[in-house]
Ligand binder design. Structure first.
Ligand code: HEM
Length: 366
């Protein structure tokens, strides 16, 4: 017979509750708030572990050459969990901020040179999502890897050689079958719709009686700038150039697929892919929010002092908040959205193919 499970043993509470070793106590200068500091960090690391567990499951899904609709739904469920955890992570900063700067000073010096900068799980989340090493803000002419020790560093070095979620997602987008589907060529139809929309806008400006000739010219110039932005989108060579300069990261084909998914998101079969792209943006945005909150907390806690890890502190953290993003293309893509009323309507047979099969056959039967 199986031994009855006992709460404390199952959760290994003895172990878990016996790992808050306070440096200030060991040094004979006990600081009350060091307990909170350790527990908050440990809670973060536990949640990081769960985030990595969910991301691993998502990576397993997208590593396959065929990703079924139900697998996309599973990925959405994993990422929704990540997003909810992130909300807790942001909120935890409030708990830590009940510690005042003076309370922190009671034990800060005992921590040098350790720093959250060395959280290998945080780095692994970033690398798994797709933050590239060359895009990281550095200090002291050193890669972040050089500041990690032993097994922590090895794990990260290995992760750097593997495809990230960004890479897998790009390949998945490139395989989207609906870009060219039966008689529907998405790119041609979309391009025509954009031309019609811009020509319509030009006519509106030209015939607007309330505009002075100066204002009219200003608006036409602005419209032509928008037309030039779209022209780059329609020119694969121009896109490749922007990609090599780092302005765009997704390949041209993946970009087209992401646009199709966003523009036709109300089609049932594209709805889950749309949720997936939205969640990736939410997750990117939540990390940015956490970074800003953390950098503000740091400013409040240590002012303009350098960090225990040796960076410029608040300034360094503000820079990472601005630049350490992975799915920026999905945000930037909104430039190319056009109103639903201007979207090419899908031929009826294609609309039926994009519907859930059950609904389509049920409709026929009635
Ligand atoms: C009193 C509270 C805190 C202070 C004063 C503080 C300060 C800093 C500073 C100054 C840095 C920049 C690196 C350095 O020079 O050390 C840093 C980085 C970092 N801290 Fe904190 N931190 C605090 C709490 C936390 C908490 C609770 C976490 C949760 C795990 C955390 C996670 C991180 C991470 C992941 C980085 C690296 C960020 C990056 O490089 O983008 N910190 N922290």
């Amino acid at each position: 017979m199986r031994k009855p499970v006992y709460y404390g043993e199952y959760l290994q509470l003895d172990k878990l509750l016996d790992c808050q070793q306070r440096e200030s106590f060991s040094a004979g200068k006990p600081a009350h708030d060091e307990m909170l500091f350790i527990i908050v960090h440990q809670a973060y690391e536990l949640w990081f572990k769960q985030i990595l567990f969910e991301l691993d499951a998502v990576m397993d899904i997208f590593r396959k050459s065929h990703v079924s609709e139900s697998a996309v739904a599973q990925a959405v469920a994993h990422l929704t969990r990540v997003e909810e955890i992130q909300k807790l992570l942001i909120h935890q900063i409030d708990v830590l901020e009940t510690m005042t700067p003076l309370d922190f000073l009671d034990f800060r010096d005992f921590l040098v040179p350790a720093s959250g900068f060395q959280s290998w799980q945080f780095r692994l989340i970033e690398t798994t999502l797709g933050l590239k090493q060359e895009k990281r803000v550095t200090f002291g002419n050193m890669s972040y890897l050089e500041r990690l020790q032993g097994a922590d560093r090895e794990r990260l070095e290995l992760a750097e050689t593997r495809p990230s979620l960004f890479d897998l997602l790009e390949k998945w987008l490139e395989r989207t079958p609906f870009l060219s589907f039966k008689s529907f060529e998405f790119w041609d139809s979309y391009r025509q719709a954009v031309t019609n929309m811009l020509d319509g806008d030009r006519d509106l400006i030209a015939s607007n009686p309330t505009l002075s000739s100066e204002e009219r010219q200003k608006q036409i110039d602005m419209l032509e700038r928008t037309r030039a932005e779209f022209a780059v989108l329609f020119d694969p060579a121009a896109h490749a150039k922007l990609q090599s300069e780092g302005a765009w990261r997704l390949s041209h084909k993946a970009l087209q697929a992401a646009l199709l998914i966003q523009l036709y998101r109300d089609q049932p079969i594209l709805h889950m892919p749309y949720k997936l792209l939205s969640l990736l943006m939410d997750i990117d945005e939540n990390f940015t929010t956490w970074r800003y909150r953390h950098s503000l907390m740091v400013l409040r806690m240590i002012g303009s002092k350098i960090g225990t890890g040796g960076s410029s502190g608040h300034d360094y953290l503000r820079q990472t908040a601005r630049t350490h993003k992975v799915f920026g293309d999905l945000f930037a893509m909104s430039t190319f959205f056009i109103p639903r009323s201007d979207l090419p309507s899908l031929p009826a047979d294609i609309e039926e193919s994009l519907n859930f099969h059950y609904t389509a056959t049920h409709k026929k039967a009635v």
